[in-house]
Design a protein around this ligand. Structure first.
Ligand SMILES: [Zn+2]
Ligand SMILES: [Zn+2]
Length: 131
């Protein structure tokens, strides 16, 4: 196996490809790949632990174990959000608040009744309010 093939195996495993799929793609026998993965510990547990960027597939450096990161950099995160926002633009609904009567804009939700959480609480629990 060449270094390039080894890199490809690791990469494809991280992307969730099966041994069969990798074998087919790289024209290497499935058993060779299985053995290689076992030896290099590219097994399921390791793959789960190895986070990769949702956009570019680069491994993510995990600094804070409690907060899972999805992107390798701020640049990738911004690009991903930009791309996904472009896919489904949200309709803006111009509505009138059922509590204060002021017009407000709701993105993607036609059923919104109040301009703010404050108005929702006021309408629901009465103006005097329970603090
Ligand atoms: Zn990235
Ligand atoms: Zn309101």
């Amino acid at each position: 196996m060449t270094t390039e093939q080894k890199d490809r195996i690791a990469e494809m495993r991280r992307q969730g490809c099966t041994y069969a799929k990798i074998a087919e793609t790289l024209s290497i026998s499935e058993n060779t790949i299985k053995t290689y993965c076992r030896r290099t510990r590219l097994n399921e547990d390791n793959l789960k632990a190895a986070l990769v960027c949702k956009l570019c597939g680069n491994p993510i450096e995990v600094k804070d174990k409690h907060r899972a990161r999805q992107f390798c950099s701020d640049k990738c995160r911004a690009a991903w959000w930009y791309a996904n926002r472009g896919n489904k633009p949200r309709t803006e609904y111009h509505l009138t608040c059922a509590n204060c009567g002021k017009p407000f804009v709701s993105a993607g939700n036609k059923a919104r009744k109040y301009c703010s959480h404050k108005c929702y609480i006021a309408a629901r629990f009465g103006d005097g309010g329970h603090e």
